[in-house]
Design a protein. Structure first.
Length: 277
């Protein structure tokens, strides 16, 4: 869909050149340039009539695709002060539909932005994308959907099933709270500068309620303990909390390794270990 505003906007390359934008490697910046690709990403997030939060908008390629779908408002949050310059043309055209926030999204309460329903659509920095996701999962009831770009390795961990090499702490935290799906892979040639790894788009849709009633901190703690010694049996990795006794009470073999347990298994262990006396 071509929007009438598209003809009033400079290209992404023109934005970078005209504003003398410097790529900040410490912020993990890899900008998307292909508007057809960003349109495709956004269309997988429809319907968009909500509060949309974009983290790390850069020169605004994905931002344009979001705004074309006429959301109530887009909050674009970026740690890079150059973002205001890069998004200036979009701000002039869409005005009250686009709010630019210069701040660190890792520590900013984005779950309080705008009004519900909220969704996140973002090309996340590789170096802190996982930390951001875990932070947002703690407030999952504030979001309707997340459509996120990670490096492919992280995306594969998010959607991983028990028994696979990729299955781990991140798989359990995400699949306990959301229905996860890998939408498609993105070649590194779609970015500037091109990263050394492939990327993937992952969609997370929160369940009405978690698969099991247990505190987030308990699941976070038990998975950290279990997967910090991934190759060891659970009776060893959970020894400090008398894991062998707890596992036997739950009819789970203490001789299993953590990748053999389901999401529900870990939730049950977490509940019994930290919440039941």
């Amino acid at each position: 869909m071509t929007n009438k505003h598209d003809f009033d906007l400079p290209t992404i390359r023109e934005i970078l050149n005209n504003n003398d934008i410097k790529i900040n490697k410490s912020l993990g910046q890899n900008f998307l340039f292909d508007i057809n690709l960003t349109d495709k990403i956004v269309k997988r997030s429809l319907p968009i009539k909500t509060t949309v939060i974009e983290v790390g908008p850069g020169p605004g390629c994905l931002t344009r695709s979001i705004l074309k779908q006429e959301p109530n408002i887009v909050f674009a949050i970026d740690k890079d002060v150059q973002s205001k310059k890069m998004l200036n043309d979009l701000k002039k055209i869409y005005n009250n539909k686009l709010e630019i926030i210069i701040d660190d999204a890792l520590h900013y309460p984005i779950w309080n932005l705008g009004t519900a329903p909220r969704q996140i659509i973002a090309n996340l920095p590789y170096n802190i994308g996982t930390k951001m996701l875990i932070s947002w999962l703690k407030h999952i009831n504030q979001f309707d959907m997340m459509t996120l770009m990670f490096q492919k390795e992280v995306a594969d961990r998010i959607i991983a099933k028990p028994g696979s090499k990729q299955y781990g702490r991140l798989s359990i935290l995400t699949n306990w709270l959301t229905k996860t799906n890998k939408v498609f892979d993105i070649p590194n040639t779609a970015f500037f500068p091109p990263p050394k790894v492939k990327s993937s788009v992952v969609q997370l849709i929160p369940y009405e309620k978690p698969l099991f009633d247990v505190n987030f901190e308990s699941v976070e703690k038990i998975t950290q303990m279990a997967f910090s010694q991934r190759r060891k049996m659970l009776k060893t990795s959970l020894k400090t909390i008398n894991g062998q006794t707890i596992l036997k009470e739950l009819d789970i073999s203490p001789n299993l390794r953590p990748e053999n347990l389901t999401v529900i298994d870990f939730c049950k262990i977490a509940k019994k270990s930290f919440e039941q006396k």
